[in-house]
Every structure is written in structure tokens, then in C-alpha cells.
Design a protein around this ligand. Structure first.
Ligand SMILES: Nc1ncnc2c1ncn2[C@@H]1O[C@H](COP(=O)(O)OP(=O)(O)O)[C@@H](O)[C@H]1O
Ligand SMILES: [Mg+2]
Length: 261
């Protein structure tokens, strides 16, 4: 398959493209591919101007292997010029379900313990991961966890005098951070990354995921999450109606330009 939508050519020798993922669009493109014997994999490639994002991701996927005690890093099946191939991971989270839309997105506690223990180990190995939200932390029904998307993994950025709970991996980029930051919400420098991206999914403070026993985590989540969830519902109703209004306005605008032309 070839294409040049993001300003760079795509061909996947040895693999057949099944579909493309909607991603950041600019820096990199991600494809679900299939080998001749039917094995599914992910092909991720980077635009020429985004070499450094590719290098960061590759560095993380190779250097962090030493400290990957929970086996959450995808093995590299192939590395090429600005692309790599990793196995496809069938994750259990289904975004199109009614309950997901209603904000019921809790990850199982076992998965969260492994995700955050891994992130802490990566931080202790010197890495700050600036875009590691629930979308990039996958788990499946067989009890496996996989972390993906290391474009914002910065080797050597972790600070020995800052504990993991206050790291940029947890809180988002600091006001003093001068390197690349992700687009959108994840770029906010108010320290609220975990609160915005993770709390609905964890239902627990990060400290509890790291330090409490499974039973205490379960107890705390039973108390903590419902209160958080009510807050989520209250703020998502106006947000949803704003989205509806925007869609309606966009439809009206495109209808009127059709009339004009
Ligand atoms: N190993 C994988 N297994 C399953 N899905 C994957 C895998 N790698 C990526 N994806 C899917 O592709 C999407 C985009 O890949 P990602 O590396 O997160 O790039 P982006 O920088 O565009 O977010 C992910 O959100 C996920 O849905
Ligand atoms: Mg991603």
C-alpha cells in the first residue's frame, strides 16, 4: 500500500495493510498490518521531520527492556528507516460501548498496579514519559499489559530529587520543560495530567496504586471513585451539549456554503 497523506510515503514491504489508525496524523502514522502467514502486527512510521520522535520511541523500546520486570514493552519485530513493527495487542477496552460513554472506564486494579509499577521503574531508570495516558496503556482478558507510544519518552529527564508521584510522567510537563510536548490537553503545564487523564480510569490516587495492598486499594476505590464519577457526570453534561451545539453549527455552516456555491 502507498499513500502520502501526512507528507511522507508509506509502503510496508512484507506486510499487508489491514487498516490505518487515527493518530496524531502529523508526526507518525500507525497501521494494522498482516504478515503472509496471517500474523497481525502494528507498523508505525514517522515523517522525515520527526526523526527525533522516532529515535526517542526506539530508545525507550530498547533501553527500558532491562528494567521491564512486568513485561509491558512490546517486542520489536522489525526496525527500519523511520519505522518499526511490533506485535498487535488485542486490548480489552472497548470505546464504543454504552458504559464507556457513560464514563465507566475503570481499569482492573491488577492492570493498574502493573502499569504504574512499570512507569515508576522507567522513571527510576531515568526516563520521563510525557504522554503516557490510558490510551497508551493496554490490557487484555488474559491478564497481560502493554505500554505503547513512546514518542515523548525522554531519557535522562527524570530527577533523583523528585519522587515518581511528582514526576512529569504523572503530573505532565513542568512549566520549565523546554523540549517537545504532546498536543492538546496533555501539554498543559498545571500539573493536572494524572487528574485529567487517569483518575476516571484508576479511581485512586497514584500513591495508593503504588503502595497500598490490593484490598485497601479496592476499599479506597469503592469510596473515592463514586464521588469522582458524580463530578465527571456533572461536568460532562454541559460539555456534551456544547459538542452537540458545535456539530449543529458546523452542519448549518456547511449547508449554507453549499447553497452559496
Ligand atoms: N501494539 C499495538 N497493539 C494494538 N494496538 C496498537 C498497538 N500500537 C498502537 N496501537 C493502536 O494505534 C493507535 C496509535 O498508536 P500510537 O503509538 O499510540 O500513536 P499516536 O502517537 O498516534 O498516538 C493506538 O492508540 C492504538 O489504538
Ligand atoms: Mg497514542
Amino acid at each position: 500500500m502507498t499513500g502520502a497523506a501526512a507528507g511522507h510515503q508509506t509502503s510496508t514491504p512484507g506486510w499487508e495493510v489491514v487498516r490505518e489508525y487515527k493518530g496524531n496524523g502529523l508526526r507518525s502514522r500507525t497501521f494494522l498490518v498482516r504478515s503472509p502467514d496471517g500474523e497481525r502486527a502494528i507498523w508505525k512510521e514517522f515523517g522525515a521531520e520527526y526523526e527525533r520522535y522516532f529515535q526517542r520511541e526506539l530508545t525507550a523500546l530498547t533501553s527500558l527492556r532491562e528494567v521491564d520486570v512486568h513485561g509491558v514493552l512490546p517486542p520489536l519485530l522489525e526496525i527500519g528507516e523511520r519505522y518499526f513493527v511490533v506485535p498487535y495487542f488485542e486490548h480489552a477496552r472497548r470505546k464504543r460501548t454504552f458504559w464507556y460513554r457513560m464514563g465507566y472506564r475503570l481499569y482492573p486494579l491488577w492492570a493498574l498496579r502493573r502499569i504504574f509499577a512499570s512507569l515508576e521503574a522507567f522513571y527510576e531508570a531515568g526516563f520521563e514519559l510525557l504522554d503516557m495516558g490510558p490510551k497508551n496503556a493496554l490490557f487484555d482478558k488474559q491478564g497481560r499489559v502493554m505500554l505503547i507510544d513512546f514518542e515523548f519518552a525522554f531519557e535522562g529527564a527524570a530527577r533523583a530529587d523528585v519522587p515518581f508521584e511528582r514526576s512529569q510522567t504523572v503530573r505532565g510537563p513542568a512549566p520549565t520543560w523546554e523540549d517537545d510536548v504532546p498536543h492538546g490537553e496533555a501539554a498543559a503545564r498545571d500539573g493536572g495530567f494524572y487528574r485529567r487523564k487517569w483518575t476516571l480510569v484508576t479511581g485512586l490516587p497514584v500513591r495508593s496504586i503504588l503502595r497500598d495492598s490490593p484490598f485497601v486499594q479496592w476499599l479506597k476505590r469503592s469510596a473515592y471513585w463514586p464521588a469522582y464519577y458524580v463530578g465527571f457526570l456533572l461536568q460532562s453534561i454541559p460539555a456534551a451539549s456544547r459538542r452537540r451545539a458545535r456539530r449543529k453549527a458546523a452542519r448549518a455552516a456547511s449547508a449554507s456554503t453549499e447553497q452559496d456555491s
